[in-house]
Design a protein around this ligand. Sequence first.
Ligand code: ATP
Ligand code: MG
Length: 304
Amino acid sequence: MKLSEHTIHCRIDKSDRFRLADHDPAETCGLDIEKKEAKDLLADDVKRLSDLQERLYAEDRWSVLLIFQAMDAAGKDSAIKHVMSGVNPQGCQVHAFKAPSAQELDHDFLWRTTMALPERGRIGIFNRSYYEEVLVVRVHSKILQGQKLPKGLVTDRIWHERYESIRDFERHMARNGTLILKFFLNVSKEEQRQRFLDRIEEPAKRWKFSMGDVAERELWDRYMEAYEEMIRHTSTAEAPWHVIAADNKWFTRLMVARTIVNALDRLDPKFPKVEGAALDELKKAREALLAEEKSDARRAKNQR
Ligand code: ATP
Ligand code: MG
């Protein structure tokens, strides 16, 4: 499969028919990182993203929200690091969502999101997000019990109600000028096992390993069901999910970069035009600056 066809396959549009089994975590579209082509493709996209982000910032109309969800060790952190490597840090912010604090639990589940949303002109990245509310919270009923919701409101409809709240929230954000792209990094259970082993074996990676990660791994199938349902119910035209093959980190980066670049290209942000009176002012400023240079040169000559 070609890369451009594959980006279309990754984007979930016919969401009611979505099946995780149709997406191979080991897909590479026949590319090989050892070949120059893959490296060049990523370098090109990083450069294009940097240019597009400059225009987005200058235009100051749209915000971009990138949401990353995945099992542990799927490569969220490294995808974010590499794809955003060319972007001016001033125009970009990353927020990692951990288990909610006591204060956060005193509010509805979207409350803590609002403050972390990107301003116009900026790219905001959510490393995990409110989607944990239909993933980890669904897999562990104890977490839901700890959320202090009134008893009558916790019914077997709760997950569908949360999908609905999320769809409504994202539609609202889209209507107000936020471009939303959501990425599920689809790693296989075997590749996760290998990466956990690497984390244990390599001293520089040990800090990343936690015993909790192994406990979550044992619930793999339940997580996959929760992801599949989540993608079915929250893929929309204004906020699509992208299922990204994640067994090869270089391919994950390439796909994430390409998806963001294509979406920003369609947005086509433009540098604001300076015209009319503002342009006349600029011309005056230019003349004044040039005159300064001449008078400095004259003064220097007289002093000699
Ligand atoms: P790394 O890949 O480095 O381990 P991480 O994203 O897994 O990064 P951790 O600090 O290990 O970061 O984990 C954050 C934890 O917070 C995850 O286990 C996640 O499920 C949990 N979490 C995030 N949001 C919520 C939520 N709303 N309710 C409960 N748990 C949550
Ligand atoms: Mg973790």
